[in-house]
Write a protein that binds this ligand. Structure first.
Ligand code: ADP
Ligand code: MG
Length: 608
């Protein structure tokens, strides 16, 4: 037996393929572990050793019995992602944005002047009022006072409560009115002002206060004033309840935060403000493409961000910062839920933000150092194999039914790497910033999650609602029944359905909302990048000249990404699907397999 191992060190994953050269290149085993350390550093060796040991263990052999280990000439592509908020919602005076307490009471819309609970007994008029109830009043007293006022025919159309007892108060009232509770800074609510309270039915969202014309109707606004309240209505979309108070000076403003300018250097130089949003950035990028480097205006947020990327990459790869060139960026529009300045109930508004993935190409990753260390640790000769893209093509071509000419898209964690091989076996390749990690980051920030791993789980798995302890309903409407009862803590929760467990999603977001965020994040990153990639490598930059596209890499395992990409490419008459390396590995292991094949061919004097 002459066993040769191919090792692919990726940003996220280290993959191994082992073949027996004495038996006409017969692949015997593969393995996969998480990459240790940043790709291209000697920290990777630990992970490589684990992967090799895992593979060798399953064929009952020790690593030192390998004949040769081939590692990839890892493309020095390191991805990084960052985010800049570009809008800020500020409430001046005391106009209030609604929020999402757990327990609003009643239902409907109430409009009236704000009055304190204690003032109710002195009111005679039949003016409509909204009653303000501080925490110091217990729910029974509050309900009693409201009921007495009802008896005196005072038109109380809604209530705003500081405590969290909206439902308990509501249950004791003779008349149902919309009640919003958990308004922390109730002392800031101005009295005697026109206000509107809206509570939607359970499972529904408010419709009047989240609609600019609804607000205009409630507050009798002029067309000019209506334009100004758009940030309010926008901030209320998706809420179950809301209060808006109109004060003479009060205002809700959406301010654009100058985040600084990106300076794109390519065929020419172009400056573009980050706050102009992703399409403007991407348009500028294509004007100067191919990109040589990017910097950010000094003293601005984006300037700091770009310098951080450069510095980190410089330190990690032990190179001078000047040699670190950013050769691609991907900008994506996103949202970040942020606390509203001046809010009365700790409200959040979805602020606009731009996420940027940057790809850094260093002069060369120190693969020789990794090879030396690996050789010392294993006592096996270590060779640095061919270019990563060529290896990926060789591996992808083992997919049954594939043939040259062909495009492969390696959609991994940090970058989207693509290569085109023509009939004569010539390979053209390109790397783009932005892939799976950026998708996870977008999901994390748009849903306001603390935990990266949770966002990663949301990305990879379908959602379901636990309808009873014996059944769940998946996001697509299908139902699954169980013989044994589920854990009671899952009841009525939204869950992520993993292979062997269900994870509750600890947010108030509806399944539909999470699904939309998840799918949009994938589209924004992958559909954009696939089109960019194909335009760059297709003969004559014409997508229609491509027939076959094979997807490989971790993100090709995704349960919806390949379908999204296929849908998009079908417009151009391109056949696209996930690879199945060696007919057994699915979209994984392309580069590792290619390394082994390439070495085998070289021993027999064949090309690549
Ligand atoms: P690299 O070559 O850069 O090491 P990989 O090819 O291992 O990257 O891909 C890593 C990416 O694939 C990560 O962003 C990870 O979230 C994603 N990924 C892995 N498995 C799945 C899956 N089952 N569904 C969706 N994404 C996945
Ligand atoms: Mg890879």
């Amino acid at each position: 037996m002459k066993l040769v191992a191919g090792v692919d060190i990726g940003n996220s994953t280290t993959e191994v393929a082992i073949a027996d050269f004495d038996d006409n290149l017969k692949f015997v085993v593969s393995s996969m572990v998480k990459t240790t350390g940043i790709k291209g550093t000697t920290d990777n060796v630990a992970g490589v050793l684990i992967a090799l040991k895992e593979a060798c263990d399953s064929i009952h052999m020790s690593v030192d019995k390998l004949h040769t280990i081939c590692i990839n000439e890892a493309t020095p592509v390191i991805g990084d992602v960052a985010m800049e908020t570009i809008t800020e919602t500020i409430i001046t005076e005391s106009t209030m944005i609604g929020h999402n307490p757990d327990t609003p009471g009643g239902i409907g819309v109430g409009i009236g002047r704000t009055v304190f609970l204690d003032e109710l007994e002195y009111l005679h008029s039949n003016d409509d009022v909204i009653c303000i109830i501080p925490k110091s009043v217990d729910f029974e007293t509050a309900a009693k006072k409201l009921n007495e006022a009802f008896k005196k025919n005072i038109e109380i159309t809604g209530a705003v409560i500081q405590g969290d007892d909206g439902v308990i108060i509501s249950n004791r009232l003779d008349k149902k009115i919309p009640i919003v509770d958990e308004v922390a800074y109730i002392d800031k609510v101005p009295i005697g002002m026109l206000a509107a309270v809206e509570v939607a039915a359970p499972g529904k969202t408010i419709k009047v206060l989240s609609n600019p014309y609804g607000l205009a109707t409630v507050f009798k606004l002029s067309p000019d004033e209506t334009k100004h309240i758009i940030p309010i209505s926008r901030a209320l979309i998706g809420n179950r309840s809301a209060v808006v108070i109109r004060t003479p000076e009060g205002d809700v403003k959406e301010r654009v935060i100058p985040a600084g300018k990106l300076i794109l250097m390519g065929t020419k130089q172009k400056k573009v403000g980050v706050e102009e949003g992703s399409s403007s950035i991407m348009n500028s990028l294509s004007e100067v493409w191919p990109l040589k480097d990017v910097s950010g205006e000094a003293g601005t947020n984006v300037g700091g961000m770009i310098e951080r990327v450069r510095q980190v990459m410089g330190e990690l790869t032990d190179q001078n910062i000047e040699n670190i060139k950013i050769q691609d960026i991907l900008a994506v529009d996103t949202f970040i839920p942020q606390k509203v300045q001046g809010g009365l109930a700790g409200e959040f508004a979805l602020e606009n933000a731009v996420a940027l993935a940057a790809m850094v190409k260093t002069s060369k990753l120190p693969m020789e150092t990794i090879a030396k260390k690996l050789q010392a640790e294993t006592n096996v000769q270590v060779l640095i194999g061919g270019v990563e893209a060529n290896m990926a093509v060789l591996g992808a071509l083992t997919t049954p039914g594939s043939d040259k000419p062909l495009v492969i898209l390696d959609i991994g964690g940090g970058s989207t790497d693509s290569a085109y091989i023509n009939k004569n076996g010539e390979v053209k390749s390109i790397h783009h910033a932005g892939a799976g990690e950026m998708v996870t980051m977008l999901i994390k920030s748009e849903l306001g999650l603390e935990d990266y791993n949770l966002a990663e789980d949301i990305k990879k798995n379908a959602l379901a609602k636990v309808e009873s302890l014996f059944n769940i309903r998946y996001e697509d409407g299908s139902v699954c029944f169980f013989q044994q009862p589920l854990d009671a803590s899952l009841f009525a929760r939204n869950v992520i359905v993993k292979e062997d467990e269900m994870l509750p999603v600890p947010t108030k977001h509806s399944i539909e909302k999470i699904r939309v965020v998840r799918r949009e994040a994938k589209k924004k990153v992958f559909v954009t990048n696939v089109i960019r990639a194909l335009k760059d490598i297709a003969p004559n930059n014409d997508l229609r000249s491509i027939d076959f596209v094979v997807l490989v890499g971790g993100s090709a395992l995704d349960f919806e990404i390949p379908e999204m990409i296929s849908d998009e490419l079908s417009h151009y008459g391109v056949v696209c699907g996930s690879g199945n390396i060696r007919g057994t590995e699915g979209p994984r292991n392309a580069v590792a397999t290619g390394l082994v094949i390439s070495y085998y061919n070289s021993l027999r004097g064949k090309e690549i």
